[in-house]
Design a protein around this ligand. Structure first.
Ligand SMILES: [Zn+2]
Length: 188
């Protein structure tokens, strides 16, 4: 699941079911983007431009411009409706959307923060979530009750491995040698 993929699916639905002119990576800036919406289009509009596209690629978020072809006063009911539909459809397709309902502001779209897995017995740090997500993806069993050296009874998620190379993760980890096996764990 990528943010771009989610937005793409949302825009497809906006075009097909809600009569939007909806385009990704549309022109160089907002001014040119608005100017290039076809005259013949009669209905709601949503797009993000090339600079937004850079943000999406490099920083994992994107602002989306919206409005309506019949909006005369910049922010009337038609634009309001377009914004509300845009936000609802983006959320339906797995996007997190920050928008205060003000038609003069563009909604900010991002991927939702990862949530704790349902079987986690305590609240995980971001690093531990990464660790658990990687371990789950690689079909490793997670021991949430591991207490490593110097942890004084505090517990953290761990996996047990035959070889240190058996688990690939970008989370920060520590490891203990347990005879022939290894324990890799994320303390924080
Ligand atoms: Zn431009």
């Amino acid at each position: 699941m990528t943010l771009r993929g989610n937005i793409k699916a949302a825009f497809a639905e906006l075009r097909k079911k809600h009569g939007f002119f909806a385009r990704m990576d549309w022109k160089c800036c907002q001014g040119c983007g608005w100017a290039a919406v076809p005259e013949a289009h009669d209905g709601p509009i949503a797009f993000f431009h090339q600079q937004d596209n850079d943000n999406l690629r490099d920083d994992g978020y994107c602002y989306i411009a919206f409005g309506h072809s019949a909006d005369e006063s910049c922010g009337d009911d038609l634009s309001q409706q377009a914004g509300e539909t845009l936000v609802a459809v983006l959320r339906k397709h797995g996007c997190e959307v920050e928008w205060d309902g003000d038609t003069m502001r563009r909604p900010k779209v991002l991927l939702p923060a990862p949530v704790d897995p349902p079987d986690a017995p305590y609240k995980l740090t971001d690093n531990q979530r990464k660790f658990v997500a990687d371990a789950t993806e690689q079909d490793l069993e997670i021991d949430y009750d591991y207490s490593g050296r110097g942890m004084y009874g505090k517990t953290c998620p761990a996996v047990r491995l035959d070889g240190m190379g058996d688990f690939a993760t970008k989370a920060e980890t520590s490891w203990d040698n347990m005879g022939l096996r290894y324990v890799v764990y994320a303390t924080g």
